[in-house]
Design a protein. Structure first.
Lengths: 672, 321
């Protein structure tokens, strides 16, 4: 989920009506909040005593629990026994898995036998062509490409980079095709759109890790699982944006095309699709970014490549080497992001290119391919395929020293404020423990009711049903107490993220220089594989839940800062000017003008923060968060699918609860 | 609307075509993994995430590639997952198994016969509870589990609350500690670090700050050459005392680490399989290579090369006759 700027739902106008009525006091029953909750309260008044009488209060009742672990474990054993003989596997799934294996192997072999110099030459030339041969952007893009690839080699990660690139390219190609087909369907048929939309919405809040377990069940550990997980994970943005592009086609143009007597298919091919090019390209951009983050995470189930290098470095507690493998991931992301962005810009520009006809259009492609082939062949014959070892730069040692220095000086004995370890201990004792104890002590029906009530206020009846069902679902599958433990960590993480994120965002929105300095840092933080934070986080905060919360905050912060800054920036300049001329102080401007006007963005930041914090819960399992995160990690590593899958489902359910209770976008379907 | 109908028709046609292609691919798929075991001249070794295992694999790889002309691939897989990989043919050999997946061994070795035993590695693994030496010097009687309750408050952390913290490692490691604490009536609480990296970082930081700590730990481990740890005496292990997981009240066995090979690989690639079966070295020898990797930060290839060049008489005996 990193590196993705989630497509913001179009900011719905703030509903001022609600704000004003809320302050009017009339008889309690006509109070709007109460009126909205009334049906729910009436239903609760009837159902709760009944439920409490039947099953008692407190912990989730055993009578309402269904054992899902045993059947899942049985299913896994069955799959292991029958994978080689059952027809479903023989005639379908194994084909899929063999295809995945062979296509990735083929791609890796291609890149590796070609060797480093042809790969760089071809990549640079292609980027140049995409940016335009006679265009400054093209030259810049070529430069970025060269620097990115050379850095991967210099860091000693050439082979791993190629493995990741091979897996990526296969995954992105398939993902884009599937996404485009789904998007095409959703763009043309309203019914299909109605079916697809909730599925895509749910997929967007599923943590990446949750995709891995079911695939491991079917395909075992290895490249096929990783590839298919990546394809599934990366397809939604392509589908969403293709559909958006097709639906947004200019009605005037469409009518003109229709009046010319074109057939629907002709109109689709010659007008609607070309008009949607920009959105489709944006979709491709996001698909690539999601695929990259998933390929890294999938190293947990044997994807190989850069992610595995990061993981291996961590086993010797070598942050420096892990960073050396992490930087190529960031560079790949920058390169791919720039390429698709520039391609999009050029589509939008559309000015007629000047100069020789060999420098644009299809002829330019021929020139690029020709030169690439010649130079590549020359490089291939004269230079060895493997990246020369003498050209490797060792960054591990200085990085390790720097990290060591930082943790030594921040962890303990800082004057006045104490060290981070003291903070962590206090945070655990005074924040995490009380939240957890409160949640655990709350009767189960009250928690379900609370989830329902908040979701009803935030989203409407649909949201209420989903939230209540998801909250109850957690109990039904028998992981109630672990879920509450995880929920307490998530709540604490979200609060810290929001406080820090809003604070930084508000300052960054007012000080452009700070924002410019922050942006590359935020981009890097969002793209680095999350595992890299594990060791510094433990060194600073000790093993435990505090460390897990810290890792989650680090991960979610960039998105929250970014959305906050953008939201505050978009506030109409004239309004702000008016406030200023009326003598409002800086603080008054922020509090009374910018924040209220940017509320939709801030709500989106809240929602994103929630989703991202929850996505880190599983990584938290690696630093001692316990509860659901640990269960998933244990399930994956000990192949106890029942345990892992149940915990994974519980995380998704918690995600639904948190998403529905914080999403104040007033979904169109809820009809409020 | 005409337009909708036509498109629906087109969509149906596409679906049909796709369906037909899928059906036409209906020959039974190959079941053995295509990577690794395919060619007779290549071996894929499963490497779990600890350094000792990396040392085994690196040395085996160096000798196989340079003496037996066999291409070796290393793939990172956790202990119990590696058995699945051996079964499916995605990997061919496990060089260091700590006995953490008895169910898998039974399933694949005894029932399915898709995995065969490869003999002892020669290294003996031992799990136990360890404390830093400076702590043992301060409180000499702390090294007996019976006296641990006296000192439990030393180990308190925010995570363990009012009990002492017993630091645990990655979820993939074999542990009876929760049962042990209960059955020995100790005022300790297990806190799972969740990964070896997190556990090692925690131990190192505590050691640097000279803080008291107690941790689930094991030998051989490369970190043992950097810091001084002392084992706490648990009730002695006797055969079968750990049979019932809930009633365990004894320490851990000394485990002769085992090797396992994929059955197909052992049959089809006799030379390499015989070499891997002969592969046998001591704790000290393994630690030497592991320390080169973890401590001196040599790449595993370089570390293996250095050791192999210095100890020809050891590995010459492993080569197939």
């Amino acid at each position: 989920m990193s590196a993705v700027t989630t497509p913001a739902p179009p900011p719905t106008p703030v509903e001022p009506a609600e704000e004003t009525t809320a302050t009017v006091r009339r008889s309690p029953l006509t109070h709007p909040v109460l009126r909205r909750l009334l049906p729910l309260l009436v239903a609760a008044a009837v159902l709760v005593p009944l439920a409490a009488l039947l099953w008692g209060s407190g912990h989730w009742p055993d009578a309402l629990t269904v054992d899902v672990k045993t059947p899942l474990d049985d299913a896994y054993t069955w799959v292991v026994h029958n994978r080689d003989t059952n027809p479903v596997f023989l005639y379908f799934l194994l084909h899929l898995s063999n295809w995945a294996d062979s296509s990735v192997t083929w791609m890796t072999d291609l890149l590796e036998t070609a060797g480093w110099s042809p790969v760089i030459v071809v990549a640079v030339l292609l980027s140049w062509r995409i940016g335009g041969l006679r265009d400054r952007r093209g030259l810049k893009l070529a430069g970025i490409t060269f620097v990115a690839f050379a850095a991967c080699g210099l860091l000693g990660m050439w082979q791993a980079t190629m493995e990741t690139l091979a897996l990526m390219s296969v995954a992105v190609a398939v993902s884009a095709v599937i996404g485009a087909l789904l998007g095409l369907g959703a763009g043309l048929s309203d019914r299909f759109e109605r079916i697809l939309r909730p599925v895509l919405d749910t997929m967007q809040i599923m943590p990446a890790f949750a995709y891995l377990l079911p695939l491991v069940l079917l395909f075992d550990i290895g490249v096929p699982s990783a590839l298919i997980a990546t394809i599934i994970y990366a397809a939604p943005p392509m589908a969403r944006l293709t559909s958006l592009g097709l639906r947004g086609a200019d009605t005037g143009v469409m009518e003109a095309a229709e009046s010319l007597g074109t057939s629907p298919t002709q109109r689709l091919l010659t007008a609607r699709l070309p008009l949607a090019r920009k959105e489709i390209l944006l979709g491709l951009n996001q698909t690539i970014m999601m695929a990259l983050s998933m390929v890294t995470i999938a190293s947990v189930i044997g994807a190989g490549g850069l992610g595995e290098e990061v993981f291996r470095a961590l086993s010797t507690v070598d942050v420096g080497s892990a960073l050396a493998a992490g930087i190529p991931i960031v560079l790949l992301a920058v390169w791919l992001d720039r390429i698709t962005a520039v391609a999009g810009e050029r589509l939008g520009g559309g000015s007629a290119p000047a100069g020789s006809s060999w420098l644009h259009g299809s002829r330019a492609w021929a020139v690029v391919v020709g030169t690439g082939a010649v130079l590549g062949a020359a490089g291939w014959t004269t230079l060895i395929a493997e990246w020369p070892e003498a050209w490797a730069v060792d960054i591990a040692r200085p990085v390790n020293q720097a990290v060591g220095w930082f943790t030594d000086h921040l962890a303990e004995g800082v004057p006045v404020v104490g060290g981070t370890r003291t903070w962590a201990a206090n945070f655990t004792t005074w924040v995490l423990d009380p939240i957890r104890d409160t949640l655990t002590a709350t009767p189960w029906w009250l928690l379900v009711l609370l989830a329902a009530g908040v979701a009803l206020l935030a989203g409407g009846w649909g949201a209420m049903c989903t939230a209540a069902a998801a909250m109850a679902g957690v109990g039904v599958i028998g992981v109630w107490s672990h879920s509450l433990d995880t929920l307490s960590q998530a709540i604490a993480g979200v609060v810290v993220t929001l406080v820090l994120g809003f604070a930084i965002g508000v300052v960054a929105a007012r000080v452009p220089l700070l924002e410019r300095m922050l942006r590359p840092l935020l981009d890097t933080m969002q793209t680095l594989p999350q595992f890299i934070y594990l060791i510094p986080v433990v060194a600073l905060f000790n093993v435990g839940r505090a460390a897990a919360v810290a890792a989650a905050v680090l991960y979610a912060l960039p998105a929250v800062v970014r959305i906050t800054t953008q939201g505050l920036r978009q506030v109409d300049g004239a309004t702000l000017e008016a406030a200023r001329s009326m003598g409002a102080s800086t603080f008054q401007q922020i509090r009374q003008v910018q924040v209220p006007l940017a509320r939709p963005s801030l709500m989106l930041a809240l929602n994103q923060g929630v989703v991202l914090v929850l996505a880190m819960v599983i990584v938290g399992g690696f630093v001692g968060s316990g509860a659901l995160g640990y269960d998933v990690v244990k399930g994956l590593q000990k192949s106890q699918l029942g345990l892992g899958l149940t915990a994974g489902v519980a995380i998704v359910l918690l995600g639904l609860v948190l998403d529905r209770t914080t999403q104040r976008s007033g979904r169109r379907t809820t009809g409020r | 609307m005409m337009n909708r109908k036509n498109l629906l028709r087109a969509a149906t046609a596409t679906a049909l075509v796709l369906g037909v292609t899928t059906v036409s691919a209906c020959s039974a798929a190959k079941t053995s993994g295509s990577s690794g075991s395919g060619g007779s001249g290549s071996v894929t070794i499963a490497v779990p995430s600890w350094v000792g295992a990396e040392a085994n694999a690196a040395v085996a790889k160096y000798i196989l590639e340079n003496e037996l002309d066999t291409k070796v691939e290393l793939t990172q897989l956790d202990e119990s997952v590696a058995f699945d990989a051996l079964n499916s043919g995605k990997a061919d050999a496990i060089l260091e198994d700590w006995g953490g997946a008895p169910k898998k061994v039974k399933l694949y070795v005894d029932d399915k016969k898709s995995v065969v035993k490869g003999g002892d590695l020669g290294v003996t693994g031992h799990i136990g509870w360890f404390i830093p030496k400076y702590l043992a010097e301060q409180h000499p009687d702390i090294t007996d589990a019976k006296n641990l309750n006296k000192y439990a408050s030393l180990f308190k952390t925010a995570e363990s609350g009012d009990k002492g913290q017993l630091l645990e490692g990655s979820p993939s490691y074999t542990t009876n500690d929760d049962a042990l604490i209960k059955n020995l009536k100790l005022d300790l609480k297990t806190v799972y670090a969740g990964s070896e990296a997190a556990q090692i970082t925690q131990i190192r930081e505590d050691y640097k700050a000279k803080k008291p700590f107690i941790s689930y730990w094991w030998t051989p481990q490369w970190l043992n050459s950097q810091i001084d740890l002392v084992e706490v005496k648990l009730p002695e292990y006797t055969d079968g005392c750990d049979a019932d997981a809930a009633k365990v009240a004894c320490g851990y066995a000394k485990t002769p680490l085992q090797k396992y090979l994929g059955a197909d690989f052992a049959k089809n690639n006799e030379k390499a399989a015989e070499f891997l079966k002969n592969f046998n070295w001591t704790n000290e020898q393994q630690n030497e290579v592991a320390a080169l990797i973890a401590d001196k930060k040599l790449s595993s290839e370089k570390a293996a090369e250095q050791w192999v060049k210095a100890n020809p008489d050891v590995w010459k005996a492993w080569l197939p006759k």
